[in-house]
Design a protein. Sequence first.
Lengths: 465, 214, 220
Amino acid sequence: MTSPSIQAAPSPGDAIDRHARGPLLTAIGLAIAWLVLSGVFSLIAAIQLHSPAFLSGCEFLTHGRVRALAESAFIYGWAGGSGIAVTVWILGRLGGNSLRAMNWFGAGNAFWNLGIAAGLVGIATGDMTSFSFLQLPRYVQPLLVFASATMGIAGLLAWSGRRRDGTFASQWYGIAGLVLFPWALTAAQISQLWVPLRGVLQAVGAAWYVDAVVFLWLAPLALASAYYLLPKLNRGVLPSYEAAPLAFWLLVVAGTWGAGRHLIGGPVPAWIPTMAVVGFSLLLYHFSVVGLNLRGAFRAEGAEAGALKFGVGAYVVFGVVAFLGCFRSIALRTQFTHFASATDLLFLYGVVSMLFFAAIYFVLPQLTGRPWFSSSLTSGHLAGVKVGIALSIFALAVAGLSQGSMLLNPKVGFGEIASGVRTYLLVNTAAQLVLLASNLLLLVNFWRSACTCCGGAEKAEGSVS
Amino acid sequence: MKNGPLFLLGLFLSAVVAWSAIVLGAHAQLGALTPWFDEGEGSSFPPRPTGLAARGQLVYADLGCASCHTQQVRRPDFGSDKERGWGDRQSVARDYLFQIRPQIGAARVGPDLANFGGRKPQAPSADAVLGLLHSGSERHPAYPFLFETRAIAGEPSSRALKLSGVSAPASGHEVVPTERAQTLVAYLLNLNSTYDYPEAKPLVKAPAKQEGKK
Amino acid sequence: MSSSKDPNPVQASTRASDDSLQADHEKVLGKQPDEKGNYRLLPLNLLFLLSAAILFAGTYLGRFSGYFHPKVYDEYGHPPKAGAAAATAAVDPLVLGKNVYAQVCAACHQPTGMGLPPAFPPLAGSEWVAGSEERVIRILLHGLQGPIKVKGVDYIGAMPAVGPGSGYNLNPEKVAAVLTFVRKEWAGIDTPVSAAKVSEIRGKDGSRQPITVAELEKLP
């Protein structure tokens, strides 16, 4: 076992970001809190799927609103908050200079979280927009654009003021994520909420935004973490790295062409779903190269490596599943079912959450100069989320396929469909419970590791010896 | 990727081109869509929803009904939508022309509602819908907050729900739908888009056709 | 804290430094010592994958693009031909005629076509309805004034014009449709009245005073 004193020794890069500790840790901590809250909402939503009467008397927690609450808290609160924080840190490290504009980051993060809180209250009281991934009420949307842009400034400055001439993959993906999100959110807001397009075009804009969040924001931020962590853990050059630039550009260029996969068979001209197949065919290269580059994760050791393995594997699987889902013959069986939810969760939990967990486990000791408070909480959390995510995705996927084949048979009524998938939905509820419990472990672990108030951190130092 | 401004420009252009192609491209094609005037009927389709129904759509949106119901009928040879009585033809862009916030939905935990007001042999009655919204069922949540339970003052209200059993109110009380419930039901029963636009006509396919995948 | 699963097994000092990480990877992307040109080729298998993907995407797009036409919702479909819209918009004249009758004529001639003697003559069984096209078209286009005998009963004609240029301003298609409907419904005549004929007569006669029975009887 490595002795605690070596573990606690700061690495060469620590001096760079020591002053950024406050804003970054606050951002990550709040993000984890949003994760737990979104877990509560997801659990309620999961229960309501098989037992619709659960909490149905409460207007704020009616099923449609609870789904929107869970989704918004997860995407913006957890994924956005932690992703941007971790990416800024990575860009700082790769830039080789002390992180600048951290006051801006802190202010941006404060507004980000306030906006999300106000937005969630708005959703609960009936202002949700009814667009997937864009449910926060329109009055908080401009605030989110401003906040994310402000937070991104620190990352942008770290990259533009970098010491080295060249750039590394994490920097490409990181900058892409930081820069494209405010723009994508602005475009979506305008076309959906402020100057709404007419009729079914709102659905087209909404589908585009879903894919923009996935491929232009969260996937780049997650990949930035993955590309940084793996060579750090493995001490080597990533294999097939020369193919990486093209893979990056294909993601940015063709990432949102797949928007039509949400509109297969829908009231839109046929070219829109067809373009999804074209886009995803190009993205096959991207997923293959990312898989090739990051395959070393499967022989790395340690807690972060475990999360990294899961995330990388999930990303490649997600690519394949999403590609297959673009074809109309397959969409016939999976569209409108829980399978579509499972695909979303495969990305949101399996890829984004896991890669950000890996990043957080790596980043916190670098920022605080101390190891995590409890390795058993760490391993408990990671084991729990892996089980929870896998179980949830599997249960929803099977439920979805079963539901899909029953929907195709006109003689099967919705009562029969509901009882047919009930067991899987119960498994999903159990999985959501496991996820919530595990994320609570992370919250506790983080609080004890990062907070110097309440004697949390001092206790950790004391117990180490 | 070394050249900062060029890299940022490349990022911006890539995303802008994709957005323009899909969103603005679709807008260029469908943004100026007009209603279709039918000489025989002497009116244009789709008809504008009534004010009550239009407000009902906003209630539908803020309750998040679209998380379990779709409002898009697929064409007859793509799924069982027609056999389930959800619609004889595919939904097309014109069907949503006058809707403030089309709720086409993405999940069918419950049935498609695009032609709810035109179900055969007959559309559901307002009372049945209000009853379902108030009390729920074993597979549909209840929305009791859309209703008001109040003491009967003088005559019972004509709008009072006829409830029995567990969901019935205490004696001397009645359950009356609030305005939100009424607009929601008006919206749901107004949902009926059956006019056969030329672009909605199903394709006559040659008998020996390839499977669609490749 | 001596559990076997250590969160940070690799000691911080032995981890790859950020600088060496970047240097190593830049070397991969940079010009190699044995390269003469400025570009590096992709590994062959990835190149094949990308080419295959582009080929597949192109073929799929070629087959299922719907020609990027806004009216093609079925991926197997073709854009509608230019005249197709007009053809599909062709309205059944009986349906159109029935609607026009209900809106314009039924007030006086009654929905049953029985009229209201002694004011409004019946259409059912009327010899004028069953009679020549030339006459009945003119009645609608110009209106009718003066005495008229229908089914042996005298009426004082006060029929307003309903064709183009009149208060009702029905286009030739609608005039033809209502005549087709009335003749089929109450005279059993299947041959439709054509809009072209109506236009022709309108063109010939122009806009004029309501016609009288004397003038009508001069017509074939």
